[in-house]
Design a protein around this ligand. Structure first.
Ligand code: ADP
Length: 843
């Protein structure tokens, strides 16, 4: 073997085991590697080394099944090619792997293995001479004698012949030509075998041919095969253009004129067929008798009508819809309560009460197949999973699911369709939905029934009532259809944010199931069980690529969202996934550059990073992706002056904390209220002032100059921040009193307390609604003590145990108890008869 002379490769080489391609000397091949040994070779050798020598590796074809090369080292092919890794790119996409660009140098044989882990290192023997080919081919060819000379000559001729048959404008062909001119002939078999179309097996044969003669002999047939193949293609092409011409002429002469001549007759014919087909469809649609009668009548009219009449299209559309409707097509219910329970549990965390009720509902339906039950209406803030429970119900029943958004619908024809006399008339959303799902027993989710509007075009709620009423809906008549359609098989579910704005008649038909907001802990669970896995999947990421620790989730919940549900939390995860997807697609480069020193010599442009580690989202990464926190725990900061108190409010979007601010200035005893308050709230403010004035002496409240009437020569301004949001309701009463008591006494309200409750003129505290949502909001905002009306004590039982444990509840029957609980050390007044008046219960 002729390793004498020329350049020597190192005698110990790390080996890359490949199964997807064969590298031959003189060619450059791209390899994608992902097996542990190969990955280690790249990260520990190629990316670490600094010298040119360290980029030389041995590439050994591994013909064994790639699945098995992880544990035991497979028997290696005896010959490989040493090559220089000219480019290394790492990526996590779609799984961690590297792509290497390797240029083959020369053959070697393995004489012994030095180690197998973490990558294979072998003692090798160089088999080919390795020279820098500087000499032009013609001069470089030694006039070889005998067989080798002849082989080499024939091979060269064949290559020239092949070149002659190729299109020189193609870049790879131009390269072929350059190589042919510049390479010495002994390099040609290797180079050409990898350029022309050959199988891996054939390349392997060339690789195994250690002597030149053998190599020429192996490669020549491949070359001639290519030439023959090309000849054949050329031959068929010659016939090609003629054929094409004939095809073209046929098309031009035959079809177009004919079409012009026969246009009318043709269409007439087609039309006849068409209506016949329609008629067949009408009969096949299994519609109700009444509908069939109408259809046949319309069909008769259609046949008589000239096509150009506008009414033709109208009638045609109508009939098309009629035959498309699922008159008697339905899916078969497959309800298994146990399976339903598992499915509901798997899809949704928490919401136990709701899930229980849904299962009961389904069980009853299973026992009693007639469907005249109440309609379930899920009421709760956005993003608490109402729609998604609806979807699960459809899945458990094996039914189609369709969502009908009712928000802003204020025209009854949206529900019931337009009469066909209108131009552009169409059926309503119910019929349209049925057409979409193509079965007559889907689950329809009537979304946002609380946002139905009203207008001159009639009340959509009345139309909806007809749809939902089991006594009427078996003959629901859409204005467009003008015949009854049986809706009794449809399962309706409604959703709303609040029951307050659902029209009473509609509400009466429904069974309301409250879906309250989630606690911080529940949200963390939901995030890690459902939201994050879902988002990862939607963005094509895996947990190996992106990891969001619980701690980060908590931070997102408290600092980037303020909601009862989890919708914007889900969006935040979406944003994180998008940002990470970009990094993964870029081969993870950024994190590495951030992590390692810029002077690191291995940190070259082309050399990307080992992609084994997932991207972990910590607080720093979070700030990079989502920006600075949107919400601060602001409660304590804002209570640093007298005249501020924190109340709890209920909104259709869940509970919220509500600040009340008061200030006073010289004046004539006027009260100014700002912050878009409703009448009830304004009255609460007046009540509060009156009660405080009446009790000023007891509590030693004073005006600005210390006089006994807080309002004397003083103007009061009460403001409710978030000034653009309209607020109303009586439940801010206790907060206003506390706020003013703080202002008049100059004392600070405890910074960790929030309260709710209606007041009376005599200082009693009356119960209010929405306790659970309010308490959850207080908990979200980091409040420690919550003051509630005494008569709301029973509502506390609905709260999750951990929230109850975290908070200190004070239930108050009168304002004296409220004030005592709201100020540090109580609020001394001569009225207090007891030293520790607050009923502090740590539930
Ligand atoms: P709604 O209809 O109440 O406004 P959605 O049903 O659209 O809310 O829910 C918003 C997202 O939050 C959905 O992706 C849903 O799967 C998810 N989600 C809400 N609650 C839960 C829960 N308890 N468990 C799992 N995922 C939930």
């Amino acid at each position: 073997m002729d390793s004498g002379g020329g350049i020597q490769i190192p005698s110990r080489l790390p080996l890359l085991l490949t199964h997807e391609g064969v590298l031959l000397p003189g060619s450059t091949v791209r390899f994608s590697v992902d097996s542990p040994r190969n990955m280690h070779l790249v990260s520990q050798r190629l990316l670490k080394g600094t010298s040119l020598k360290s980029t030389i590796i041995g590439v050994i074809p591994n013909t064994r099944d790639p699945e098995h090369d992880t544990d035991d080292l497979p028997t290696l092919h005896k010959i490989g090619t040493a090559g220089i890794a000219v480019q290394v790119v790492g990526s996590n996409w779609p799984k961690p792997h590297y792509t290497l660009l390797i240029t083959g140098l020369c053959r070697f044989s393995v004489s012994g293995l030095l180690k197998e882990r973490p990558f294979v290192l072998a003692e090798v023997q160089q088999l080919d001479k390795l020279e820098q080919y500087t000499t032009p081919a013609t001069e470089g060819v030694p006039a070889e004698e005998g067989e080798l000379g002849e082989l080499s000559h024939n091979f060269y001729q064949a290559a020239v012949q092949l070149l002659g048959m190729l299109d020189m404008s193609v870049p790879v062909v131009a390269k072929f030509r350059r190589l042919l001119d510049s390479l010495p002939r002994e390099a040609l078999p290797d180079v050409l075998a990898s350029m022309i179309r050959t199988s891996n097996k054939e390349k392997l044969q060339v690789l195994d041919a250690v002597t030149l003669e053998e190599r020429f002999k192996k490669a020549l047939p491949m070359l001639t095969r290519q030439i023959e193949g090309l000849k054949l293609i050329k031959k068929t092409r010659k016939i090609g253009p003629d054929n094409e011409k004939r095809v073209l002429s046929v098309r031009k002469g035959g079809v177009f004129p004919g079409r012009q001549f026969n246009l009318d007759e043709d269409d007439e014919d087609e039309d006849g067929d068409d209506t016949a087909a329609l008629e067949r469809k009408v009969h096949g649609a299994k519609m109700s008798e009444a509908a069939l009668r109408v259809c046949l009548k319309e069909l008769k009219r259609l046949k008589k009508m000239p096509q150009s009449m506008p009414e033709y299209a109208l009638t045609r559309n109508y009939l098309d819809l009629m035959v498309e409707l699922p008159w008697s097509k339905s899916t078969k219910d497959c309800l298994d309560i146990r399976a339903a329970r598992t499915l509901l549990d798997n899809d949704h965390y928490a919401m136990d009460k709701l899930k229980r009720r849904v299962l009961e509902y389904l069980a009853v339906r299973q026992l009693k197949t007639s469907l005249k039950g109440p309609i379930l209406c899920f009421v709760g803030p956005p993003g608490v999973g109402k729609t998604s429970v609806g979807r699960s119900i459809a899945r458990t029943l094996g039914r189609e699911f369709h969502r009908i958004a009712l928000g802003g619908v204020c025209d009854q024809s949206d529900i019931r369709g337009h009469r066909r006399t209108y131009v552009g008339s169409m059926p309503g959303r119910i019929i349209n939905g049925l057409k979409t799902v193509a079965v007559n027993n889907p689950v329809f989710l009537l979304d946002e029934v609380d946002k139905l509007g009203k207008s001159l075009q009639g009340d959509p709620a009345a139309a909806l009532l007809e749809v939902l009423d089991p006594e009427q809906n078996h003959s629901f008549t859409d204005h467009y259809l003008n015949v009854a359609f049986d809706l009794s098989q449809v399962l309706f579910i409604a959703t709303a944010n609040t029951t307050a704005t659902i029209p009473p008649a509609l509400l009466d038909r429904m069974e309301v199931l409250q879906v309250p907001g989630y606690t911080q802990e529940e949200k963390v669970e939901i995030a890690h069980r459902h939201l994050i896995p879902n988002q990862l999947e939607q963005h094509g990421l895996t947990p190996q690529q992106l990891h969001i620790p619980q701690d980060t989730t908590q931070h997102i919940i408290s600092s980037y969202t303020r909601e009862a549900g989890v919708r914007s939390l889900e969006r935040k995860f979406g944003a994180i996934c998008r940002a990470v997807a970009v990094k993964v697609a870029e081969g993870h480069r950024v994190t590495k550059t951030e992590a390692s020193s810029p002077e690191d010599p291995t940190q070259q442009e082309d050399k990307a990073v080992p992609p084994e580690l997932p991207i972990v989202i910590d607080h720093v990464a979070l700030k990079d992706i989502l920006g600075p926190p949107l919400f601060e725990m602001e409660v304590s900061e804002r209570l640093t002056l007298p005249g501020v108190a924190v109340g709890l409010a209920w909104t259709p979007l869940g509970g919220e904390i509500l600040f009340v601010e008061a200030s006073r200035m010289e004046g004539e005893g006027q009260l100014t209220l700002t912050g878009q308050l409703g009448d009830v709230m304004k009255e609460s403010a007046h009540l509060a002032i009156s009660w405080l004035r009446a009790n000023a002496k007891t509590y030693q409240l004073t005006n600005m100059v210390g006089g006994p009437d807080p309002l004397e020569a003083t103007d009061i301004h009460l403001h409710f921040p978030a000034g653009a949001v309209t607020k109303d309701g009586p439940s801010a009463g206790v907060t206003i009193v506390t706020c003013l008591a703080s202002l008049f006494s100059g004392r600070l309200v405890r910074s960790d307390v929030a309260m709710t409750g209606e007041i009376t003129l005599r200082g009693l505290v009356l119960p209010v609604g929405g306790i659970k949502d309010k308490v959850l909001a207080a908990h979200r905002a980091g409040v420690k003590r919550v003051i509630l009306p005494k008569r709301n004590e029973k509502d506390l039982e609905e709260l999750p145990a951990n929230v109850r444990a975290d908070l200190d509840f004070v239930t108050a029957a009168n304002l004296d108890q409220v004030l005592n609980a709201a100020f540090n050390g109580g609020f001394p007044g001569t009225a207090s008869t007891h030293t520790h008046p607050q009923l502090s219960s740590k539930l």
